[in-house]
Structure formats: structure tokens, C-alpha cells
Design a protein around this ligand. Structure first.
Ligand code: ADP
Length: 646
């Protein structure tokens, strides 16, 4: 085994590799960019080397700097994680030329699988079934169109250098072929610098089922399959193992095909052979086709670890350091069912836009495995993948695992940043998904219901009101409260730009009656838990500045208006209304020359998903509106100017 390794990555995967290395007594070296100086993986590693600026092409993608860091620190091997340099054969060659071990396959094996067309041809020769189609060298559009006709519509045009769903177009009839071809080629050229494409039969109701393989350079074994059919725009959202409905015969056939694929290229280390399955035909031993091989550890490898009880990073380190493969095929166990969800900082209702922000609060349930590269207080920045965590559960059955995931998500708390948390919860509760009707179109078919923003119930709003008065914590503030405040108070919090008005009556040290427009609730704190109307709940409140998040199934972010500041960041009596934070100027309600009264709504600024109402701090007349409605504004930007006070 190695004495010391360097991890050429960041985030959750770097942290995950370090964890196993530490357990095996292997020293660890982290590398980091300017943006990651205080990151979790840097904190966890024994040593850390700065390698450059935040953009990946100035740090995590500079192979020479990383190799130099390994040599300077005396690391014997480099673990690439996934993404970045993990599937770059030139990097592998450079690592080996520097006398270091690359934890992964050879440069040749990566090259063999690097382009989809060459990989398909190779797999055909190795007797692995491939999706019917054309993957020849003739790229003349007229020729491709003839081939598409021969394959039969609908077809899928794919970039041979593709990845991440880029350069991919579905074409339903000949009329749309040339436009789609042009689009796919342009996208492929931009993303990969290679505009060659292949044509595939479009598999209706496709399921994505992949097989985890492991090789020692000569022989390979498989560690069963994962179903990754829950996708959005060809990106995986939820993964599970085993695949729902999998039969022993089909598993054996797929496993054998995957092992053939790995052995055909002398594969070493962890890899994944991806297959597409036509679910309209059911799962049949002859109904699966090779799509591509990923020559690295996959994001979703934890579900395989959960059902086998094995540590794939340990296997990687053992095999890379020259030890034999830990288990023979027949000795690899498969127990129960595992599910993984990918928790992302993204704005789901806005088309899953990647989001940024500081995680003011972050908590995962102890009952689930949460692989994360961030801690509370960390920033999700614009430079890297906005994944916050992978949450993984294991249960004796699929239904049991789903129940555990539902519970794990309800107990997962993130504040400070918009996330896909509510979307994941809806998916996990989706009746079709629960029934095992998994295909890549499931999310698209129910997109509207799955992505609608969650609406807080009256209990959640009542808790927000209590939190706004600072009454959600331990008894302490209440004593003072009772002395000098009335026992009955009105309060106001904002949900989006809707005001939630509540009357809170203090009934005892930790008992409150909260009356809203449409409901009234008795809220009690008993033994640190929150009881509502006599029932114990898992609800929790986190507060950071004006943002109050109630965790009650979902996380609901409310804004507490600052009672001391009538406007946003306006100076008392000042003429300028400024943006209190960077954001989108969603609405401007006034025009030049208009008279306004103190407290009037002037504009709405949308920042970090919340809407902030900017009000007039005094009576006056609008002199000018300085920023256009719908525009992005910086913190402190002047938005509206009032005329000087008479
Ligand atoms: P990429 O490398 O860009 O991720 P893949 O070849 O792995 O592309 O395909 C990504 C996803 O696209 C698959 O998981 C599947 O959902 C869909 N897909 C790929 N090939 C086909 C096909 N022939 N028919 C239908 N869907 C397909």
C-alpha cells in the first residue's frame, strides 16, 4: 500500500477519498485553488498545496502543477477523483513519466473508450451488444441522412466526443434531420473541439442501467448494476442499486458483457459500463445495448458500496499499489437496496439554474450517508459544480430504502442558498417512481408538479412568526420579553413578497398561541422539540440576518423585515434608495415626479430567491428612477432618487 497519495480534485470526492486513505493509514495531500483555501478537503488532508486561481483551467486542470505538487510532497500516487483530469490520457502518461502511479486505468484504456464511435466499434468486436446505428467515419451530411433513414426514425445524433448530454439531438422524422445535425455539430465543436457525430436508434422509454466493473489490468469482475434512469436533460438526479425489476438472467448477461468490455481494453481499477435498455420491452437478457464506458470512479458509486458493503476507493488504492483484486466474482455480496439523491444548489422553478450563495445552515441526518464537500458557512461559488451533497440510504427492500430516503430528506436542512431539495422530495414520493416505473422520461412527463415551489402550510407560517419574535429558542429571551413586552404581539414576516401577519399570545414559559389570517396554532417547546397543537414535530428554525428558514419537511425561507429600517439600505432622510444586496430588480412601482409617502413600496429586489420590498423612508417626490426594471444590480447600486426635502 502507498505511504502517501495526492488527490487531484476538490469537493465531496476529494473528501471521500481522503476518508478511506486515512482509514487505511495512507497519508494525504490535497491541492487547492484560491477559492478553496479554506475548503473541507484542505482541512481534512494531512498536507495541502496551492495550485492556482479559482477557474479550473488555472488550477485543477493544470496537470504539471499537480504532478509537481505530488513530487514536492513525496506522494507516490495521484487519485484523480471524477471530472477534471480523471479521464485525460495525456495526464495519465505525464503522471507515469514522472515516476508516479495514476490511480486508475492506463492511458491506452482511456483512449480506447474516449470517443463514442471508436468505443462502439471496439465493443462490437468484443461481442458486446451496441445500440443499432451508424458510427462510421463518413461525416458528409447527405451520407449521415441516408444512414439515419436506414437506422429508422426516431434517431439520436450524438457527438462522438460527447459528455454531459452535450451535442446530442433527438430527431423524430427526416424533415428535422439537417437542422438537428447542424445544432449537434455546432454544440459539439464548441464543447469538445470535435464536431464528428454518430447516429443511433432512439430507444423509446429508455432506462439507463450501468454496471460497475473493476479490473486488475487483465481480468475484471463486476459489482452489479445501478439504475440511473431518473434524469433531467440527460443528467442523473437519483440513482439506485439494484435496478428495479432486474432478473438474475439479465444481471448475469449484463455483468458478463461489462466484464468483456473491461477485459477487451485491459482495464485496471474502477470503471462503469453504461447500457441503455428499452423498458417498453421489459428487462430481457438480450434487451440491453452498450452506450459508453466511463473510465473513472462515478459520482454514484456509493449505492454500489451500500449493497456490497465494499469500499471502492479502498479497492482502487489496493489494486493501484499492486495488490490483487480483493474478491473474486462469486464472493461479491449483494444485499438490500440503496438509493442516492444529488442535492444541488440550483433554482428548480427557474429551469434548474445553478445557484450560488453562502450556506448559512447545513445539517444531514445521522441515519443516512451524506458525502459532502462543504460545511455550514461555506460558499457555493460560481467556479465549480454546485453539488452540495450526495445523500445515500440503504434498506432491506426498495420500498424500505425509499421510506428511509423520504425521512432522510425531511431531516436534511440547508439554508442560505436555493436548492433542489423540494424537487428531490417530490421525486422520492412520486407514485410512478415508487412503483418502479423508472425511465429517463419520468421527470419530463411530470415536470410541472415536480418543480412547483413548495408552499408553506399554516403551521410553518406560524413557526416563522414565532421565529421573527425570537421566541423559537430556549426560554431565556422570554423572561425579558414578559417583563417589558405585552404578552400579546403582532408580527409580520414575508414569504416571497406576501406578508404573513400573525398575532402571538404568550401563554406560558414555552407555550404560544399563534393566530394567522386563516388558522391558529398552539406551539409549545417541550424537551427541545417543537410541538404543534399537541403533536410532536421535527420542525426547526434557523435564522441568519433577515432570513429565517423553517425546516418542516422542506426548508422554507422567510424574510423578517427590520423594524428599525423602513426602507432597504436607505439612509434615514436620505435621497437615495440603494440595493441592499446584489440581485434582480424585479419591479419598480414608481416613476419620476410621483409623490410617495413613508412606507410606500417603491421596488422589489429579488436576491437569493427571496424578494425584498424596498420602501420609502420618508414622504417625498421621486426625482428619478436610476435602474431599469428587470435588470441585475450590484449591492449599493442607486435605484431611485427622491427630490431634496423642501
Ligand atoms: P453523455 O456522454 O453526453 O452523457 P450518453 O451517451 O451517456 O451521453 O447518454 C446520456 C443519456 O442520454 C442516457 O443516459 C440516456 O438517457 C440518453 N440516451 C443515450 N442514448 C440514447 C438512445 N439511443 N436512445 C434514447 N436515449 C438515449
Amino acid at each position: 500500500m502507498f505511504r502517501k497519495i495526492l488527490i487531484a480534485n476538490r469537493g465531496e470526492i476529494a473528501a471521500r477519498v481522503i476518508r478511506t486513505a486515512r482509514r487505511l493509514g495512507v497519508g494525504t495531500v490535497a491541492v487547492y485553488s484560491d477559492a478553496d483555501a479554506g475548503a473541507l478537503h484542505v482541512e481534512m488532508a494531512d498536507e495541502a498545496v496551492h495550485i492556482g486561481a479559482a477557474p479550473p483551467n488555472q488550477s485543477y486542470l493544470i496537470g504539471d502543477c499537480i504532478i509537481a505538487a505530488a513530487r514536492d510532497t513525496g506522494a507516490e500516487a495521484i487519485h484523480p477523483g471524477y471530472g477534471f483530469l480523471s479521464e485525460n490520457p495525456d495526464f495519465v502518461a505525464a503522471v507515469e513519466a514522472a515516476g508516479l502511479v495514476f490511480v486508475g486505468p492506463s492511458a491506452d484504456a482511456i483512449r480506447a473508450m474516449g470517443l463514442k464511435d471508436a468505443a462502439k466499434a471496439l465493443m462490437e468486436r468484443a461481442g458486446v451488444p451496441v445500440v443499432p446505428g451508424y458510427h462510421g467515419a463518413d461525416q458528409e451530411p447527405g451520407h449521415l441522412e441516408v444512414e439515419a433513414m436506414a437506422v429508422g426514425y426516431p434517431v439520436l445524433i450524438k457527438a462522438v466526443a460527447g459528455g454531459g448530454g452535450k451535442g446530442m439531438r433527438r430527431v423524430d422524422d427526416p424533415a428535422g434531420f439537417f437542422d438537428a445535425l447542424e445544432g449537434a455539430k455546432a454544440e459539439a465543436l464548441g464543447a469538445f473541439g470535435n464536431d464528428a457525430v454518430l447516429i443511433e436508434k432512439y430507444v423509446e422509454k429508455p432506462r439507463h442501467i450501468e454496471v460497475q466493473v473493476f479490473g486488475d489490468g487483465t481480468r475484471a469482475v463486476h459489482l452489479f448494476e445501478r439504475d440511473c434512469s431518473l434524469q433531467r436533460r440527460h443528467q442523473k438526479v437519483i440513482e439506485e442499486a439494484p435496478a428495479p425489476g432486474m432478473t438474475d438472467a439479465m444481471r448475469a448477461a449484463m455483468g458478463a458483457a461489462a466484464v468483456r468490455a473491461a477485459e477487451a481494453i485491459g482495464y485496471s481499477g474502477a470503471g462503469t459500463v453504461e447500457f441503455i435498455v428499452d423498458s417498453a420491452q421489459g428487462l430481457r437478457p438480450d434487451g440491453f445495448y452498450f452506450m459508453e464506458m466511463n473510465t473513472r470512479l462515478q459520482v454514484e458509486h456509493p449505492v454500489t458500496e451500500a449493497i456490497t458493503g465494499l469500499d471502492l476507493v479502498e479497492w482502487q488504492l489496493r489494486v493501484a499499489s499492486g495488490e490483487p483484486m480483493p474478491l473474486a466474482q462469486g464472493d461479491i455480496p449483494l444485499t438490500g437496496h440503496a438509493i442516492e439523491v444529488r442535492l444541488y444548489a440550483e433554482d428548480v422553478p427557474k429551469g434548474f439554474l445553478p445557484a450560488t450563495g453562502r450556506l448559512t445552515h447545513l445539517a444531514f441526518p445521522a441515519e443516512a450517508r451524506a458525502d459532502s464537500g462543504v460545511r455550514a458557512g461555506d460558499e457555493i461559488g460560481p467556479h465549480y459544480d454546485p453539488m452540495i451533497a450526495k445523500i445515500v440510504v440503504h434498506g432491506p427492500s426498495r420500498a424500505g430504502a425509499l421510506r428511509r430516503m423520504d425521512r432522510a430528506l425531511a431531516d436534511t436542512q440547508v439554508a442560505g442558498c436555493v436548492t433542489n431539495h423540494a424537487f428531490l422530495r417530490r421525486l422520492v414520493r412520486h407514485a410512478g417512481f415508487a412503483a418502479g416505473e423508472v425511465d429517463t422520461g419520468l421527470i419530463g412527463r411530470d415536470l410541472e408538479t415536480l418543480t412547483a415551489p413548495p408552499v408553506p402550510c399554516s403551521r410553518t407560517r406560524a413557526l416563522a412568526a414565532l421565529g421573527a419574535l425570537g421566541l423559537d429558542g430556549p426560554a431565556a429571551p422570554l423572561d425579558g420579553f414578559a417583563l417589558w413586552q405585552p404578552l400579546d404581539r403582532q408580527t409580520r414576516v414575508l414569504w416571497s413578497d406576501e406578508a404573513v401577519v400573525a398575532r402571538v399570545t404568550v401563554l406560558g414559559a414555552e407555550r404560544f398561541q399563534v393566530s394567522l389570517d386563516d388558522a391558529a396554532h398552539l406551539i409549545e417547546r417541550r424537551g427541545g422539540a417543537c410541538w404543534i397543537d399537541g403533536a410532536k414535530t421535527p420542525a426547526r428554525i434557523a435564522r441568519e440576518g433577515p432570513v429565517l428558514t423553517v425546516f418542516f419537511g422542506n426548508g422554507y425561507g422567510f424574510t423578517v423585515p427590520d423594524p428599525l429600517a423602513v426602507g432597504g439600505a436607505d439612509r434615514v432622510g436620505g435621497n437615495l434608495i440603494e440595493a441592499p444586496m446584489p440581485g434582480l430588480l424585479k419591479a419598480v412601482f414608481v416613476t419620476a415626479g410621483q409623490a410617495v409617502a413613508q412606507g410606500d413600496r417603491l421596488a422589489i429586489l429579488e436576491a437569493m430567491k427571496m424578494e425584498h420590498v424596498l420602501q420609502a423612508a420618508r414622504d417625498g417626490v421621486v426625482a428619478e428612477v436610476l435602474a431599469p426594471e428587470g435588470g441585475q444590480v450590484e449591492a449599493g447600486a442607486a435605484l431611485i432618487r427622491l427630490e431634496d426635502e423642501p
